[in-house]
Every structure is written in structure tokens, then in C-alpha cells.
Design a protein around this ligand. Structure first.
Ligand code: PGA
Length: 255
């Protein structure tokens, strides 16, 4: 792994203020693990509180609206999450694609608005089990990324992270083999090189997500072109999340 690994906890729709102690514990431990970039994406309601609570780790949002402001009852804009303390936003997560009907065009519009507001983006992609079984996983994922990526006027390496999350691995305890992850990540890397050139794209980290836990993190993080992990269930306690951060800290830094 060439770049500094990026380990991001996605709390999904979990967490009230009673969970701030977990964020605090993650932050304290991360101060001793500077080799790893650590971040949490709590629900909207906790972004500001987590931001106030932590010194070392990054804070992000799990979604934002595709337009900057307006009459959208119940929605939250990119500049609102930025104002609350978020530095990045996760977009295109399969749970939003599935349960909120978000398609690539909407993900792209959200990503454009987020970048314009000054947020970094973590763009999620991943195939269903059916697509994988049909042997179409790589072409599906590459098409999905192409159609979801916004125009990036500045340096893509500074604002873009990709998260490859096979839908069938999310929350199921099942994961692809390290070989399959490596092969997908190499295909994504080739696309990034095509879009942004060798040098710029080298700074874009490609995270793996889907049932990462302290027991499998070392193996999954060591797969080819894996620049970190997007972690759901195992990010909800400091103990399990830090097990993953420690695995990332133990990786050889030259790949
Ligand atoms: P999981 O979720 O780690 O619980 O599988 C990952 C994700 O959805 O980002």
C-alpha cells in the first residue's frame, strides 16, 4: 500500500449522543497511529458533536442533497454539513441507491454540488451478487464509476476517494477473496489513470468496504491497490474499529 491508508467508519443510522464516548476513544487512540488517516461518518445529527469532540480524526457526512439550498423539506445540503464540521461526504452508497432510488446521474449531481461546496467525496460503487455471478462485476463497476463521477477541476487526488463495496458483502459477513478485490481495484486504478493521469490518480485512494472486521482487516487491506477500508458494523465500537485501524497501521508502508 503506497499511500497513507484511510480507514473510515460509516455509522449509518446508528448513534445518539451516548456514542460520543466511542468517537472520543477512537480519536485518542488514533493520535498515536499517525500512519493511518482515520475518519468517522456519523448521522447528520452527530456531525457537529463529533467534530467538537475530536482532535485527530476526520468527520464526514453520509449523504447530501444535489442542490445547494431551497424548498426540500427534510433534506440536508453540502454546505450545511460543511458548516457542521464535515470535511467529506460519502455518496452513492448502495443502501441509498437501493432504498432511495439514487441512480448514477443523481449521485453525480450530488458529488458536483459537494465538491463545489468544498467537501471531499467518497464515491461508492459495487455490484450485486447476480452481476458477480454473471461474470460482469468489473465492467458494471467501471461503468458505474464513469457515470457517477463529477467534473473535477482541481487535483482529483486531493478531493476524491473511491470505495468499492460489493453489495452482497455489506453487512453479511461475506467478503470477496483478496484476489478478487485486487483484480477489481486494479481495474478501478486503470480507469483513474485514464481519467486523471498517472501522477494525479496515484493519490486517489481506493477503499474496500463490506464486512471488514478486526479479524479479516489485515488480509483485505493487503490486497492489491487497496488504500483503506469503509467500515459499517465494525465501526460502531471503538474496540472493533481500532482493531481495524491497528491492522492498517501494521501494514508495510511500501506496498
Ligand atoms: P459493513 O458495511 O462493514 O457493515 O458490511 C460497510 C458499508 O456499508 O459501508
Amino acid at each position: 500500500m503506497a499511500e497513507r491508508p484511510f480507514i473510515v467508519g460509516n455509522w449509518k443510522m446508528n448513534g445518539t449522543r451516548s456514542m460520543l464516548s466511542e468517537a472520543r476513544a477512537i480519536d485518542r487512540a488514533s493520535q498515536r497511529l499517525m500512519k493511518v488517516e482515520v475518519a468517522l461518518a456519523p448521522p447528520f445529527t452527530l456531525i457537529h458533536a463529533v467534530h467538537k469532540e475530536v482532535q485527530q480524526i476526520g468527520v464526514g457526512a453520509q449523504d447530501c442533497h444535489s442542490v445547494e439550498e431551497g424548498a426540500f423539506t427534510g433534506d440536508v445540503s453540502a454546505s450545511m454539513v460543511l458548516d457542521a464540521g464535515a470535511k467529506f461526504v460519502i455518496l452513492g452508497h448502495s443502501e441509498r441507491r437501493q432504498s432511495h432510488g439514487e441512480d448514477n446521474a443523481l449521485v453525480k449531481a450530488k458529488a458536483q454540488t459537494a465538491l463545489n461546496a468544498g467537501l471531499r467525496i467518497i464515491l461508492c460503487c459495487g455490484e450485486s451478487e447476480q452481476v458477480r455471478d454473471a461474470g460482469d462485476a468489473e465492467s458494471f463497476v467501471i461503468d458505474q464509476i464513469r457515470a457517477s463521477l463529477p467534473e473535477i477541476s482541481g487535483n482529483a487526488g486531493e478531493v476524491l476517494t473511491i470505495a468499492y463495496e460489493p453489495i452482497w458483502a455489506i453487512g453479511t459477513g461475506r467478503t470477496p477473496t483478496a484476489e478478487d478485490i485486487g483484480s477489481m481495484h486494479r481495474a478501478i486504478r486503470a480507469l483513474l489513470v485514464e481519467l486523471y493521469g498517472e501522477e494525479t490518480s496515484a493519490a486517489v485512494r481506493i477503499l474496500y468496504g463490506g464486512s471488514v472486521n478486526p479479524g479479516n482487516a489485515a488480509e483485505l487491506l493487503a490486497a492489491d491497490e487497496v488504500g483503506g477500508a469503509l467500515v459499517g458494523g465494525a465501526s460502531l465500537t471503538a474496540e472493533s474499529f481500532l482493531g481495524i485501524v491497528l491492522a492498517a497501521a501494521d501494514l508495510p508502508s511500501d506496498g
